[in-house]
Design a protein around this ligand. Structure first.
Ligand SMILES: O=C1C[C@@H](O)[C@H](O)[C@@H](O)C1=O
Ligand SMILES: [Co+2]
Length: 302
């Protein structure tokens, strides 16, 4: 037995970074697809309604909420403003019974712009690093007050993208309050590797995004200097089992370390090209047929 819950993010149906795409997919449609594909839950998308309305729709389908993305601007706006916005965020998370607050520092981020995501990422100065890390410690304590875990999302096109940057963030934040969200797709696109980060920071990882990458598409996007948005629209990402990441050693490492929490399938694609339910089912088939049988090896270790 494991204490892992499998979910899928609404990002395959609708994308907060490009609200026009998939706009025809209503909340009911997305949640019903997630239930049909037999996932335990999801993360909150930007188009999700107030807590009371959402809870009713979740209950009807026996789904749970893992967490919700929070764009912090600690460096740009200062920690006071960030804390105020984050407290509101945590109140909503409590109202929908979530477990984690996904935080990503968006100061200077190019993830939503048309800049070349492979060559134009921002870098923080030493002074900015100091303010970011102490600010995150404070937000982590706020999350703790709300009985939530702050999980930091390393992300392409931001100041915390590479393994080196994640290392620095982990070294300079309080391990009691600042946890890590491990996103296979982002670290693979950034560093051409995904096991190193997992092995190195396994003790801080409290939330996981399983995003697969089509290597050839990635190389093409890099060659063409595409932006982050253009890259995912071109099909750089897909569901686990459909790309070039080997999730077997990833899942084995999580099992061996006793990981408890959510693994969220997160595959942003153009919903007009990649049928969202078809891909949700494809991801679930891979989990059921390839990953879950690995749980037996855990039983034999114990
Ligand atoms: O967790 C995520 C949330 C999205 O908004 C983001 O752009 C995506 O790439 C991701 O990993
Ligand atoms: Co992610």
């Amino acid at each position: 037995m494991t204490n892992i819950a499998w979910g899928i993010a609404p990002i395959g149906w609708r994308n907060d970074d490009i609200p026009e795409i998939g706009a025809e997919n209503t909340l009911s449609h997305v949640l019903s697809d997630i239930a049909v594909a037999d996932y335990a839950g999801t993360e909150v998308g930007g188009f999700f309604p107030e807590a009371e309305v959402l809870n009713k729709e979740l209950e009807l389908r026996k789904l749970r909420i893992a967490g919700k993305w929070f764009s912090s601007y600690i460096i740009r706006d200062g920690i006071e403003d960030a804390e105020k916005a984050f407290r509101k965020h945590c109140e909503y998370l409590n109202a929908v019974n979530a477990d984690v607050a996904v935080v990503s520092e968006q100061t200077y981020s190019i993830q939503g712009t048309d800049k070349n995501v492979f060559a134009e990422k921002p870098f923080f100065s030493d002074e900015e690093w100091g303010r970011l890390c102490s600010g995150l410690d404070l937000l982590g304590k706020v999350a703790h007050e709300y009985e939530l875990k702050l999980v930091y999302h390393h992300h392409m096109g931001t100041g915390i993208q590479t393994l080196e940057e994640v290392d620095r963030l982990m070294r300079n934040t309080d391990q009691n309050y600042v946890n890590l969200l491990y996103d296979t797709g982002h670290i693979y696109v950034s560093d051409d590797e995904y096991m190193h980060l997992l092995n190195k920071h396994i003790d801080r990882i409290k939330h996981v995004h399983f995003k697969d990458v089509r290597k050839d598409e990635k190389e093409e996007c890099k060659k063409e200097g595409k932006s982050f948005l253009q890259s995912f629209l071109a099909g750089m990402f897909t569901v686990p089992g459909d790309g070039n990441i080997d999730f077997i050693p990833v899942y084995k490492k999580l099992l061996a370390s006793g990981y408890e929490g959510w693994i969220i399938i997160e595959a942003e694609q153009d919903p007009n090209k990649a049928h969202p339910l078809e891909y949700a089912l494809k991801g679930k088939k891979y989990i059921d047929e390839t990953l879950l049988p690995l749980n037996k090896s855990l039983t034999s270790i114990q």
